[in-house]
Design a protein around this ligand. Sequence first.
Ligand SMILES: C[S@@+](CC[C@H](N)C(=O)[O-])C[C@H]1O[C@@H](n2cnc3c(N)ncnc32)[C@H](O)[C@@H]1O
Length: 267
Amino acid sequence: MTQEHRQEFSQDSTTTSAQRMFGSQASMYATSQVHIHDNRLTTLQRMIAESPAPRRAIDLGAGAGFTAFAAAEYAGLVVASDLTREMLLETRRIAGDRGFSNVGLCQNRAEELPFATDSIDLVTCRAAGHHFTDLGAAFNEIHRILRPAGSLVMADSVSPEDDALAVWYNDMELRRDFSHVENRKVSVLLKMLEDRGLKVVEQHDERTYMMFNDWVKRTATPQADVVSLRRDFLNATPHARETFLIEPQGDDIAFAWPSLVFRAIKS
Ligand SMILES: C[S@@+](CC[C@H](N)C(=O)[O-])C[C@H]1O[C@@H](n2cnc3c(N)ncnc32)[C@H](O)[C@@H]1O
């Protein structure tokens, strides 16, 4: 990461960093194919469809709204909740284009939810938890707002259990996106949920397939960092190449991040 980039974006807290990153890059996320649809969204949508039809749902870290729209097919009302105003404006625009009249907007931190205790049937969250400054606090809030036996349906990138791979992976993510917080190991994530009374009833390991050039373009990563990241992808250990399916393709590099998709019930 260049000094100039650091100064431009990270002078305040991590939360402000997330707002600055996603505020400036909102239109990139609104047109990102992997966010518009991926295999994780298909799994999430099936889990939502198999849950009792929710009257009230909240999508946390909603971004440009693609997971909120998946929930809106089944829910009476979905509130797309996000820290970043520019992302919510994209949600509003796309909801209008797609003709959704049951998608509301709320600008707030996932760690402090302005919703009543025991009031929500379903919480969804895709590709956002690893950006939250305090995921544990967000899980506390999710548990508080869900009605008894309400569902959290979530997909997020996760680290392998191997320490060296986990360090390499989070280092790549942080150098590409200064607002990255942490891709946690599955064991850590499951313990966080269990400790907060969110009982996982279904879980799947999935992968998010991406291309390097598109990945760094989406976050406007400075050129010097792109060069060093590309070098580190190409020089990754055989174990990392195998785990993350790193495959040079012409002047680009294909890779896949591991993800966990799960449904948890409030107990
Ligand atoms: C990659 S985007 C989410 C994509 C979206 N969920 C989807 O399915 O297309 C991550 C989002 O998390 C939001 N975010 C980051 N930190 C947050 C926090 N602490 N609370 C709420 N939202 C946060 C960002 O503003 C951004 O819109």
